[in-house]
Design a protein around this ligand. Structure first.
Ligand SMILES: [Mg+2]
Length: 260
């Protein structure tokens, strides 16, 4: 496997408890050493931490969450604009970028799909990006079924140009980056309650359980992807999302899919 700043993230085996819906994970690989480039991408603390995610915080804790060092009130605004006419009646799906749809590295990858220049501390670096197998087919169908939102804890200066190249059909109605996350207990959390959408009509697809620790019952877990070109997770998830797209209530439908 390519050695890169981003592959320092250890692979995770994500599991959802059939009783509680809580997500757990087990480390398959130890993280490698850190360097400054890690700051460009997602917070790795939760993935470095062998303990399972803590329970969702209390309402008061949510109110006291910090964003970029500033205390923010969670109900002051919505992250998403008004729903567009073509998406009326559709569920909203929040989709992660790194290790869910793509894998990126500062180390040259001979078969990279994209090479994106990113400026860090005054120096331009090349980021090599590989697309997860079936990502094009996946995004095209997801765009037909859902209101799709890209939500990444990575910085916009990296994730925005990558998404420009990845999403040439404009599947993502909105892109949300690190500044839209809530910084909670050392991690960037994607707080679905801030989207401005009904929570029972909102899903999140993410390889990192820490990202949806506030709303584990809205999550469709996906195994982290790095370089396995035989991976078919996205293809296999399409029938799941086809079913979910018809749901009146995602909690009920996810319970059914989990075999409850
Ligand atoms: Mg990710």
């Amino acid at each position: 496997m390519e050695s890169s700043v981003i592959t320092q993230v250890q692979k995770e085996d994500v599991q959802v408890s059939p009783k509680t819906g809580q997500v757990s994970r087990s480390a398959l690989k130890q993280p490698r050493s850190c360097n400054i480039f890690k700051a460009l991408f997602c917070c790795l603390k939760a993935q470095d931490d062998p303990k399972p995610p803590t329970p969702p915080p209390s309402h008061q804790a949510l109110l006291e969450s910090q964003e970029n060092g500033m205390v923010v009130k969670q109900s002051e605004f919505s992250l998403l604009p008004e729903i567009e006419a073509q998406d009326q009646g559709k569920l909203c799906v929040v989709i992660d970028l790194d290790e869910t749809l793509v894998h990126s590295s500062f180390k040259p990858i001979s078969n990279a799909d994209f090479i994106v220049p990113v400026e860090i501390e005054g120096t331009t670096h090349q980021v090599y990006v590989m697309k997860r197998p079936y990502v094009d087919e996946f995004l095209q169908r997801m765009g037909e079924l859902f209101e799709c939102v890209l939500f990444t804890a990575s910085l916009a200066k990296y994730a925005d140009p990558v998404t420009d190249l990845l999403d040439q059909c404009g599947v993502f109605r909105t892109r949300l980056f690190r500044e839209s996350c809530v910084f909670h207990q050392g991690c960037y959390v994607k707080d679905l309650s801030r989207l401005g959408r009904d929570l029972n009509k909102t899903l999140i697809l993410d390889n990192s359980p820490a990202s949806y620790i506030f709303h584990p019952n809205n999550a469709v877990p996906v195994v982290s992807w790095f370089d396995d070109m035989d991976d078919a997770e996205l293809l296999n998830l399409l029938p799941v999302f086809e079913e979910l797209s018809q749901a009146e209530d995602v909690y009920t439908q996810l319970d059914l899919l989990r075999g409850h």
